[in-house]
Design a protein around this ligand. Structure first.
Ligand SMILES: [Zn+2]
Length: 298
């Protein structure tokens, strides 16, 4: 194995490139609305591998896995909870195959869809559910876990603890922020980037940041806010390709690869360490980001 830890590599000051969207990439390969995306890891592994390979070809140093909804609550919805271990492990194995020895596989863990404020789950329930998923992801050969698209601190923290206490993997934790009328950024649950970053780091996260949301604009504000309270922590940003527009019943993400890559100098100046994309970003967006970083014009 030729890989250092991600955090070790970042110490050199190098900016790393992550990957783009998985959900929209699988949809463009035929995944239907009501289908369980993770089931494709065993039913259409070739198509999932295509997504992973497209990002490695585009220049990603880190690629995610098709396991975003691989927790018990989400899989139960599809009657697939008995396949939990198999689906998560297979998802990592597919990305591992594409990543080769030099690149990292960061296994995706998304929200459960449940909230403690609704009284239907406790933090302990979150912990147990994430523990089960991340053990399966480690078994598949992941280098790190990326806990993403979170909006509640208690759920994000439970996930970080589950990884910290039950695996040997590095931990990335990102929440989804939206601009407020006051001009700052908060999650749906009202959490600020600095609050979330501090809570995640205290629970054991190695890398923090933001993903998804309302496009790529203003991400430099989120980076600056986290940098103020955590000057040394590695920061990752995986933004959406703009605000989706509904065209003929389909969500279309308007930002071009050049537009997104054009933001990179601003983010790098603010202190970002890893740049990827979320919904609507394709391998072409990742190629542009790769080129922008390699050109060193920032
Ligand atoms: Zn997204």
């Amino acid at each position: 194995m030729n890989r250092q830890k991600i955090t070790e590599t970042l110490k050199s000051g190098k900016i790393l490139v992550a990957d783009g969207a998985w959900g929209t990439a699988l949809q463009s390969r035929g995944l239907q609305g009501g289908e369980c995306p993770e089931l494709w890891n065993i039913e259409h592994p070739d198509l999932v591998l295509e997504v992973a390979e497209s990002y490695i070809r585009a220049g990603s140093n880190l690629i995610e896995t098709n396991t975003f909804g691989g927790n018990r609550y989400k899989l139960e919805h599809y009657g697939l909870a008995d396949k939990l271990f198999e689906l998560n492990k297979a998802g990592v194995e597919i990305s591992r195959k594409a990543a080769g020895d030099e690149n990292w596989v960061i296994a995706s863990v998304g929200p459960t869809g449940k909230m403690t404020v609704m009284g239907d789950v406790t933090e302990d329930d979150f912990y147990k559910v994430f523990k089960e998923q991340v053990i399966a992801l480690e078994a598949g050969g992941a280098d790190a876990i990326v806990i993403e698209t979170m909006s509640a601190i208690d759920e994000a923290v439970a996930a970080v603890k589950a990884v910290k206490e039950n695996t040997n993997l590095e931990i990335i934790c990102t929440l989804t922020y939206e601009p407020t009328v006051q001009g700052d950024f908060r999650t749906m649950m009202g959490v600020t980037p600095s609050e979330a970053a501090v809570a995640a780091v205290n629970a054991g996260a190695d890398i923090v940041g933001a993903n998804c949301g309302k496009g790529y604009e203003g991400m430099n504000q989120i980076i600056e806010e986290i940098r103020k309270v955590l000057p040394e922590i590695p920061i990752i940003i995986q933004a959406n390709a703009g605000l989706p527009e509904l065209i003929n019943g389909e969500s279309v993400f308007p930002a071009t690869p050049e537009e997104m890559a054009g933001q990179n100098p601003l983010w790098i100046k603010a202190g970002v360490n890893i740049i990827g994309g979320c919904c609507g970003t394709t391998d072409n967006h990742i190629k542009s980001i790769r080129n922008a970083i390699d050109s060193g014009k920032y």
